[in-house]
Design a protein. Structure first.
Length: 103
């Protein structure tokens, strides 16, 4: 898989990148359970409720019986923040396309 980097690369770097891509493709081709292979990474992602529950628990501020609810609140807050940022980016892009300056 090619990188999205548009800068020119020296031939050695391009070769190494291609070899690594081939190795990754072979590895994924031999993976019987993709979900299992990526489970740890998905659980460690801020897009995961498990991440927020663990974070709230690690902070040690919330009582143990309230950790689940607090984790859900933290997760929802994170998702709403992402939504606001995405909406702002769409507005800025729309203004730019219309030839306006950002207010």
């Amino acid at each position: 898989m090619a990188t999205s980097d548009k800068s020119p690369r020296d031939p050695k770097s391009a070769y190494i990148s291609t070899v690594r891509s081939i190795a990754a493709d072979k590895s994924w081709a031999q993976t019987p359970n993709r979900a299992e292979r990526t489970a740890a990474a998905r659980a460690a992602s801020p897009n995961s409720l498990t991440y927020w529950i663990a974070k709230v628990r690690a902070d040690g501020v919330v009582r143990e019986q309230d950790v689940q609810a607090a984790g859900q609140n933290a997760y929802r807050a994170y998702m709403r923040e992402k939504s606001l940022k995405a909406a702002a980016a769409r507005r800025a892009k729309s203004r730019k396309a219309a030839g306006e300056t950002a207010a």
